[in-house]
Design a protein around this ligand. Structure first.
Ligand code: NAD
Length: 247
């Protein structure tokens, strides 16, 4: 896959799935603007690891739930890179609990980051895609947005929303050669899932047809495919990377 000269924006690109996507895109020649909620040592180290292998990668600290911050950050990225060809809306959070125990903050924060954040970021960059006459937008949803999950009503609603958003962007911008697809990961070993503990992880793994948790790289392989020309005739799709979790 040749992404030489392509500019990619990845939200939540400094760790977990977002970082694995960053590594894949860089290996194929893309330049990266990574958006993270926080700066700090870990985020800077992630960017350093990418620049050490010769990539052009810059970090932008921005809370994607804040539309003013998103506009400001998009302006900075466009000034630094001159445009965007690939957008990966990956940043996300969970605030899990059974419905009666969810606080209004648990509900708002998840919808604000996981759903509204992706909409704000896409809105901030869509005109640059139109100007460049094409590009690929990849939204990270979740199988939970397709099948639902006990204890994740807020998160499942946000991730299902991402699917509707993806299909609508695909329809609104297909004629402009801008594709928009969603990836629905299953259970991937990252910071997000490490909080679940060994017992829950073991139980979940037993139920997976492929018998193992996913790795961030499993998701990144599909993101790379969707980013490049190999997927030129695919838009509005939701593709699971879940080891058979939701068959
Ligand atoms: P992670 O917690 O390791 O990484 C999340 C990233 O999002 C971090 O880089 C963080 O800085 C960023 N982020 C969070 N809130 C933000 C905000 N307000 N503004 C900007 N950035 C913010 O999680 P992960 O497992 O790598 O998850 C990545 C995506 O994949 C998420 O959307 C998640 O919902 C989705 N997903 C994960 C799994 C899984 O099993 N890990 C399964 C399905 C879907």
């Amino acid at each position: 896959m040749n992404l030489n000269g392509k500019i990619a924006v990845i939200t939540g690109g400094t760790r977990g799935i977002g970082y694995a996507v960053a590594q894949k895109l860089v290996e194929c020649g893309a330049k990266l603007a990574l958006i993270a909620a926080h700066g700090g040592e870990r985020a800077e180290e992630a960017v350093k690891n990418l620049t050490d292998i010769g990539a052009e990668a810059r970090l932008y600290v921005c809370n994607i739930a804040n539309p003013a911050e998103v506009s400001e950050t998009a302006e900075k990225i466009l000034a630094d890179f001159g445009g965007v060809d690939i957008l990966v809306n990956n940043a996300g959070i969970t605030r899990d609990n059974l419905l009666p125990a969810l606080t209004t903050d648990d509900i708002s924060e998840v919808i604000d980051v996981d759903l509204k954040g992706a909409i704000y970021v896409t809105k901030a960059f869509i005109r640059t895609f139109v100007k460049r006459k094409g590009g690929s937008i990849i939204n990270i949803s979740s199988v939970v947005g397709m099948m639902g999950n006990k204890g994740q009503t807020n998160y499942a609603a946000a991730k299902a929303g991402i699917i509707g958003f993806t299909k609508s962007v695909a329809k609104e911008y297909g004629r402009r050669n801008i594709r928009c697809n969603a990836i629905a990961p299953g259970y991937i070993a990252t910071d997000m899932t490490s909080v679940l503990g060994a017992e829950v992880t073991e139980e979940l793994t037993k139920q997976l047809p492929l018998g193992r948790l996913g790795k961030p790289e499993d998701v990144a392989e599909l993101a790379l495919f969707l980013a490049g020309d190999a997927s030129a005739y695919i838009t509005g799709e939701v593709i699971k990377v879940d080891g058979g979790m939701y068959v």
